[in-house]
Design a protein around this ligand. Structure first.
Ligand SMILES: C[S@@+](CC[C@H](N)C(=O)[O-])C[C@H]1O[C@@H](n2cnc3c(N)ncnc32)[C@H](O)[C@@H]1O
Length: 524
């Protein structure tokens, strides 16, 4: 059965609903005589049904492209949102591009409603065009609800991690490592490989769990030699503990390699080097990376395609802001070298360019925002308002600084949870914020800056910034989905079996979608 056979899930014309997938799953499951085929269809079914809002599928290149095109058609008219930056809200009068009816409605709404907009929640009394914008965004975003991994990957066994191996991990990291290690070992078993390369391994948490708990041979690669040293020291300590537990066979430590991986050629070179290493057989390997930033995740996908010995890849990306992006048409049609976005022929031919602000927006987490309490949400909007008003200070008194796109970082503790409804208090808070920001930017404070005058101009728009931010943030999940679907399509265009799976709880770990691909006709 070719991969295209799965597109029967999409036989319902424009997009489709999960009911269709469920139906097709039943048909495939009863008519297919190969167990492996049933397993993959089952997996696609489970992935697709994890969010009742999403009406798109990405089981085949055709379907993925359809989803991508629908997303691009949707976001294009809203480029004023995703090309903008909230710091310019006041200086560029950004609210003027937004439907006045939407702003007039949302400026009076409670903050609890606003922070739910990026997650697709609407209120009945909102204008219908506004509701349509929000629900369409939501329907185009890839489902994020954590999959039931043991159902999706029937051979998955999750090792519960002991206190020694989890030492130093915070709850988020422990959750990620527990789930990802189970997924990686399951995929490794499916493609019959025993060697894993953890790219961007950090302090080696994943590498150590794969070595000591799953008995895999692991190479932990990171650009930071400091991380390499920590990984090694930590692994030695863990090994002592496991060696002392006589009932378990002796474990191999993960091998640490310090290397800044900048291309698939470098990663291939690294694999070739390891192959000559006495203990390490790299004739068949699985590549993985937990939150491998920017282009690093893309380099892993390219290496997977180019390198015969890489049998599978399990990649979870992050920091899309760091992706390199193709600004102009190039001859690099197969995406085999070059930029981090776009990769697929499908997205390249659309002519879409995201650029920095949109890639930043793709890193936002709707789940995190929804989980914030009222005070923290108000505080965040207040900080956005102060930052936008501070841009007015820069524009008037330090225009040369603006050309360098200054970042002032988080104005943390000094402003934590100071929320006031008093206009004068807010003005003095704004002055305090500005003084602190100027200090961070090493700006001369001798100018006689009229902070009160600037805040007077900003104040009337104070309550609009939350509405603007929330509407803009509704596009974040669609943009992230587009970046991930581009990666998926890039693999599917090469005839590879690949799929995306939300493997972490999104409220704990927002970048939770794993891209999993395998070779050698091995089906998951
Ligand atoms: C977000 S951290 C993730 C660390 C680890 N995977 C984890 O989740 O705990 C990204 C890691 O990738 C490493 N890194 C970034 N760019 C790299 C590159 N080009 N080559 C190798 N490592 C890189 C960084 O040093 C950092 O440790």
């Amino acid at each position: 059965m070719s991969a295209d056979s799965y597109s029967c899930a999409n036989s319902g014309g424009e997009g489709h609903h999960f009911g269709d997938v469920r139906e097709s799953f039943k048909i495939m499951a009863t008519t297919s005589d190969s167990e492996e085929e049933v397993k993959l269809v089952y997996l696609v079914h489970l992935t697709m049904t994890s969010n009742g809002n999403c009406k798109y599928s990405c089981a085949t290149a055709t379907e993925t492209l359809e989803w991508i095109r629908a997303s691009i058609d949707f976001i294009n008219p809203y480029s004023f949102f995703w090309e903008s930056h909230v710091v310019n809200f006041l200086t560029h009068e950004l609210w003027k591009a937004v439907d006045k009816e939407w702003i007039d409605c949302l400026r009076k709404e409670p903050v609890e409603y606003l922070v739910q907009i990026p997650s697709g929640f609407v209120q009945d009394h909102w204008p219908s065009s506004l509701k349509k914008f929000i629900t369409t965004s939501s329907s185009l975003a890839f489902p994020r609800e954590q999959a039931d991994l043991e159902k999706v990957l029937p051979n998955m066994q999750v090792a519960l991690l002991n206190a020694v191996i989890t030492q130093g991990m915070n709850p988020k990291k422990k959750h990620e490592i527990e789930a990802l290690a189970g997924v990686v070992s399951s995929v490794a078993r499916d493609v019959e490989t025993n060697t894993v390369i953890d790219v961007g391994a950090g302090q080696g948490y994943l590498a150590q769990v794969l070595s000591f708990e799953y008995q895999l041979s692991v190479i932990a690669v990171d650009s930071s030699s400091h991380h390499g040293t920590i990984t090694h020291t930590r692994a030695q300590r863990i090994k002592k503990h496991y060696d002392a537990r006589k009932h378990k066979s002796s474990r191999k430590m993960p091998k640490t390699v310090t290397c800044c991986v900048l291309s698939s050629d470098m990663l291939k070179g690294l694999l070739a080097e390891q192959d000559t290493h006495i203990d390490m057989c790299c004739s068949s390997v699985l590549l993985t990376g937990l939150h491998a930033c920017g282009d690093l995740s893309v380099t892993m996908l390219r290496t997977f395609l180019e390198c015969e010995q890489v049998k599978a890849v399990v990649s979870i990306g992050c920091c899309y802001n760091l992706l390199s992006e193709e600004e102009e048409e190039t001859k690099d049609d197969d995406g085999m070298c070059g930029f981090g976005f776009p990769l697929s022929r499908g997205v390249k031919s659309s002519g879409l360019h995201l650029r920095r602000n949109a890639r930043d927006l793709a890193c936002q987490s709707a789940d995190r925002w929804r989980g914030l309490g009222k005070d923290e949400s108000l505080h965040n909007f207040e900080m956005h308002a102060f930052r936008a008003a501070f841009q007015m200070v820069l524009s008037k008194y330090f225009p040369e600084t603006l050309t360098t796109s200054p970042t002032i970082g988080r104005q943390g503790k000094a402003f934590r949870r100071i929320i006031t409804n008093n206009v004068e208090d807010r003005c003095s808070l704004f002055e305090k914020f500005s003084q602190s920001a100027m200090h961070r930017l090493n700006l001369n404070n001798n100018k006689n800056i009229d902070f009160a005058g600037i805040w007077k101009k900003a104040e009337p728009f104070y309550e609009v910034i939350g509405a603007y931010w929330s509407l803009r943030a509704a596009l974040g999940p669609v943009l992230e989905t587009l970046i991930l679907l581009d990666r998926l399509l890039f693999l599917q265009e090469q005839g590879v079996e690949a799929f995306m799976l939300p493997i972490f709880d999104p409220t704990l770990s927002p970048r939770n979608i794993a891209l999993i691909a395998t070779k050698n006709n091995k089906r998951l």
